[in-house]
Ligand binder design. Structure first.
Ligand code: URA
Length: 236
């Protein structure tokens, strides 16, 4: 890492805004190699030193990864003129450079990875990689055996090519009594894909939640709107 101003190092490590960091420095809450440092303009390669804030080591991470349980009503974008975004849900996080890996519809819940690692995002989203995505689905009507087979064999949803074969699993413990639920695993990421696959069978998806993507599974204890910081090794 090149030499940078201490203020920038602390800001990039998510210690606060520039003005908050100036205040922290002034209050003597930052130390470098055991000595209180009040001058935020000093340039060093701080990755080679021990920087502490209020006694805790400040580590600089080039790439960060957050697993969010996206609630309904927020958009999978970094900015939106009208709606709240998934990035806005990361309270207390330095969100500079962060973006969601792919999109879930505004009314879809569930697992969404947020990162600043473009290469990892590309590997997860590339059509060539066929990363599996599993969704819990509620439907307005029962899925017939004939339609299940159509989906499993690769259903035509009006695109240039039919969808790749998908996997359907029945679920016993529906969310509400009377819910017509199933799990579907797809290996592509077409626009509104799951909704359109069921629509092509004459069914409407009334609730959609992503349960897993590649190796990542949404923890049952993570409620909508909550997020976890995770390690790169957990993802691919
Ligand atoms: N398929 C959909 O139709 N919507 C989503 O949000 C994700 C997959």
């Amino acid at each position: 890492m090149a030499a940078v101003r201490l203020e920038k190092y602390l800001a990039d490590a998510g210690c606060g805004s520039r003005s908050q960091i100036k205040a922290l420095l002034k209050q003597g809450r930052v130390s470098v190699d055991g000595n209180v440092e009040k001058d935020g303009s000093r340039r060093e390669d701080y990755a080679q030193h021990e920087v502490r804030l209020d006694g805790s080591v400040v580590s600089y991470e080039k790439y960060v990864y957050y697993l969010l349980n996206k609630p309904q009503g927020v958009v999978s974008a970094t900015k939106d003129a009208l709606s709240d975004t998934v990035i806005g849900l990361l309270a207390g996080v330095n969100t500079k450079g962060l973006f969601p890996v792919g999109r879930l519809d505004k009314d879809t819940e569930g697992l969404l990875l947020i990162t600043n690692d473009g290469e990892l995002a590309h590997n997860l989203l590339s059509p060539k990689k066929h990363v599996a995505k599993k969704y819990y689905v509620n439907l307005d009507k029962a899925l017939s055996e004939e339609n299940r087979i159509k989906i499993e064999e690769g259903i035509d949803i009006g695109d240039e090519k039919p969808c790749l074969p998908a996997k359907i699993e029945r679920v016993e413990n529906a969310k509400k009594p009377g819910d017509l639920s199933c799990m579907i695993t797809i290996t592509e990421g077409r626009y509104h894909q799951v909704k359109r696959m069921f629509e092509a069978c004459g069914l409407t998806v009334t609730y959609l939640k992503r349960i897993s993507m590649g190796n990542l599974t949404l923890p049952e204890t993570l409620h909508p709107g909550e997020f976890l910081k995770i390690d790169r090794e957990e993802i691919l």
